[in-house]
Design a protein around this ligand. Structure first.
Ligand code: C2E
Ligand code: CA
Ligand code: CA
Length: 548
């Protein structure tokens, strides 16, 4: 339940955090595109303005070099000087005397020019200098007329045609998409251009479909001249800049998608990952979630309760009880088997102390792992846990399985001897299934042999003779060992085992492994009245009668 919740949270986080880079990449990209558009416009406007300023400067230079102290007379000499001026400054298309600002009656050109004057703006601080956006009636070219007033109605003018004012955009993909206008600060437009007009100039017959998006999402810039009443304003649609960065955008988007997917993947992996078994086992040990269950063992010759075998169960906080098959191997391979056994022994001591003190003939068998036979730690632990408990060493049985080999038989033997010196008995579990066989029994000096369920299962209703059981039993008797049969499920099996002289048995026929309280009730029920300690210790303890 908790894990499911965690997975959902992680999946949710994965999706949210995975989408973020996409958005972030896109937002960053919009910002980037906008600044790139602005810097393109700034540069285009600056260049255009600088060029315009240079030409105006030329015109002012020309005009200031002419005699202003008197009203000029339009003679050949003046014409010649106009012509020389004009030649020296190729940007200036005409220099001449103007009458009433409209008619260049004394022009450097052969003919005379008539301007369609648009408006007038005076340059601050120089009252005799004015600037006008005009159109040359002859050529129909727009331009800038710079005038120096010399007398009432009379001025000297220099005409700069827009051709030379020309726009100075940088050669980028954006060069085709912007709008520009050069204006006087009065607002009069000297010249303007659009993508259409520029295209028209280069390819007059081309049908241009104007873009509809011109009015919205425009990036705009305006630059004012500090020297003359000139302003350049430029604009470009955002989408045009965006499109021109298509390649970069794809890369950034791809990066955003990649990062997003990566983050999602990591979170999904985290969400789906099973919790580390070591960590969860370790936590379960710390929280004492491993509890002993007790499977009763019966003396099948007398019918009395002989004791029990401790079988571990993992009781999870949500109440589920997990069988050892799901975690024993993991406990063994992670090395957590030892602390788990220690925990079980402590709980066994707690559960049984009181009851077992009253029933000294009842035994309790605890399963050990092969690793317990690597050193004497288990003997010290047993002394520590049971030394001062109601469970006597003589009631304790340690089971060693034959399924897995012991690493060092001599060392194991030494440890078993130490156990036996304390009074603890040692049983060979799963006898007949594994590696040891007779050699094990002999070398390790076992006290008890437990015949595996595998062999008990072979006993059927019409079994007359089950060789493996008979020979194990005979061999055990020869070595003065108690024989316990495991996994007894039917009356036929019980009958056969009893007839074969087997001492004890456990199995579902009698009882599965029980929680402590149930087992203790059973001991109480079968154990009769408790006797006061003082008397009891002096008495020969009698077995509880199980016979039905
Ligand atoms: P085991 O030591 O051979 O324990 C007997 C197993 O057979 C137990 O399974 C028990 O519940 C089951 N059993 C008993 N009577 C019958 C029966 O009549 N029919 C059937 N079908 N099964 C029966 P469990 O409790 O699942 O334990 C499985 C194994 O896990 C144990 O086999 C033992 O090797 C290991 N184990 C259990 N508890 C511990 C423990 O505390 N320490 C160690 N080292 N191993 C343990
Ligand atoms: Ca066992
Ligand atoms: Ca067994």
């Amino acid at each position: 339940m908790k894990n499911q919740f965690r997975s959902i949270i992680l999946l949710f986080l994965g999706v949210v955090l995975g989408v973020l880079p996409l958005f972030a990449a896109h937002i960053a990209m919009r910002d980037y595109v906008k600044t790139r558009g602005e810097s393109f416009l700034d540069q285009t406007a600056q260049r255009t303005l600088m060029r315009a300023e240079d030409f105006v400067q030329d015109a002012v230079d020309v005009l200031s070099a002419l005699p202003h102290y008197r009203v000029p007379v339009c003679d050949d000499a003046l014409r010649e000087s106009f012509r020389v001026m004009m030649m020296r400054h190729p940007a200036i298309h005409d220099v001449g005397l103007l009458y009433n600002g409209e008619y260049m009656y004394c022009s450097s050109m052969k003919g005379s020019t008539h301007f369609g004057a648009a408006s007038e703006a005076s340059l601050g601080g120089v009252p005799h200098l004015s600037f006008r956006a005009v159109q040359d009636n002859l050529t129909e070219k727009n331009g800038l007329l710079v005038e120096w007033t010399v007398a009432r109605f009379v001025s000297i003018g220099a005409f700069i045609r827009v051709d030379s004012l020309g726009e100075q955009s940088m050669q980028t993909d954006l060069a085709n998409s912007y709008r520009l206008s050069l204006k006087l600060d009065s607002g009069d437009v000297v010249t303007s251009s659009t993508p259409e007009s520029r295209l028209q100039q280069r390819a007059p017959f081309y049908q241009f479909t104007p873009s509809e998006e011109w009015t919205r999402d425009l990036i705009e810039r305006e630059v004012n001249s500090s020297r003359y009443p000139l302003v350049v304003s430029v604009a470009i649609p955002f989408h045009a800049v965006w499109e021109s960065y298509g390649g970069v955008i794809n890369v950034i988007d791809a990066f955003g998608i990649f990062t997003g997917v990566l983050i999602m993947f990591l979170f999904v992996r985290m969400a789906l990952r099973k919790p580390d078994p070591y960590v969860s086992l370790e936590k379960a040990i710390r929280r004492k979630e491993f509890v002993p269950y007790y499977q009763p063992i019966l003396d099948i010759q007398s019918g009395r309760l002989a004791g029990c075998e401790v079988l571990v169960r993992w009781r999870k906080p949500d109440g589920t009880v997990v069988s050892p098959g799901h975690f024993i191997d993991m406990a063994e391979s992670t090395g957590l088997a030892l602390p788990m056994t220690a925990l079980l022994m402590e709980q066994v001591a707690k559960d049984l102390s009181e009851s077992y003190a009253d029933h000294p003939d009842l035994k309790v068998a605890i399963n050990l792992f092969n690793r317990h036979f690597d050193d004497l730690a288990i003997v010290r632990e047993a002394e520590q846990v049971f030394g001062n408990s109601g469970v006597r060493f003589s009631q304790l049985v340690f089971e060693v399985t034959e399924r897995l080999p012991l690493e060092n038989l001599d060392r194991a033997r030494a440890i078993i001897v130490r156990m036996q010196e304390l009074g603890i008995r040692v049983a060979l579990d799963d006898a007949g299934t594994g590696h040891g066989g007779f050699a094990y029994l002999q070398k390790l000096g076992m006290d008890i042999i437990k015949i595996d369920k595998l062999f008990v299962d072979t006993i059927t209703a019409d079994s007359k003779h089950v060789p493996i059981i008979d020979s194990l039993s005979q061999m055990a008797k020869g070595m003065d060992m108690v024989v316990v049969a495991e996994g007894v499920e039917t009356d036929e099996q019980l009958d056969y085992l009893r007839r074969s002289g087997i001492d004890e048995a456990q199995g579902f026929l009698f009882s599965p492994a029980l929680p402590a309280s149930a087992y203790l009730q059973l001991v109480d029920a079968l154990g009769g009245m408790r006797r006061p300690k003082a008397i009891k210790d002096g008495l020969e303890t009698s077995r509880t009668d199980l016979a039905s």
